[in-house]
Design a protein around this ligand. Structure first.
Ligand SMILES: [Zn+2]
Length: 171
């Protein structure tokens, strides 16, 4: 093979790698969106409406459930979730299983999970509602919002342990 063909072949191989990587990423995003739309979001509707009633449409503080629901499915796992509130961050421990999935427990606590299954990060629902209203009334700038939230919490001594948390907030 002539030497001048190598760059073309090399370029073509890289293009395939990039295309495969994009396909994998697109497939992952499609799968996640499908899980959100068909499984998780429908399962969160009732807990969300119950929360709205219990808090008088957000006027009253959320009463954190204290009882642990007995598990009959045998799939219970321990899960630590970082929770982002308006003025602080904290961390809670959940026991998630098919009987009481973590997303459902988080909504009961006024939080929304950042991933459909076994979330490690959750955002306060009031903050999401406020942010949704802000985005409706201003030009969208997720990066500015994520950077502002990170700085806001940082000045209060709360720091994201990894860049993943910030990445999730800005996507
Ligand atoms: Zn169970």
């Amino acid at each position: 093979m002539p030497q001048e063909n190598h760059p073309v072949l090399h370029q073509r191989n890289n293009w395939h790698l990039v295309k495969d990587k994009q396909s994998h990423h697109s497939c992952h995003r499609y799968t996640a969106a499908h899980k959100w739309n068909t499984i998780v979001l429908p399962s969160l509707l009732h807990p969300y409406l119950a929360l709205r009633v219990a808090t008088n449409s957000g006027r009253n503080a959320v009463q954190t459930p204290t009882e642990i629901v007995p598990c009959t499915c045998g799939t219970r796992v321990w899960l630590e979730v970082t929770c982002v509130h308006f003025k602080y961050m904290d961390s809670i421990v959940l026991y998630s299983c098919q009987c009481t999935p973590a997303p459902q427990q988080l909504v009961e606590r006024g939080l929304f999970p950042c991933t459909p299954f076994l979330p490690k990060l959750a955002i306060n629902l009031d903050m999401l509602e406020f942010t949704a209203g802000l985005f409706v009334n201003s030009s969208p700038n997720k990066t500015a919002w994520a950077a502002t939230l990170t700085e806001f919490l940082d000045t209060r001594g709360y720091v994201f342990a990894t860049e993943v948390g910030v990445h999730i907030l800005s996507t």
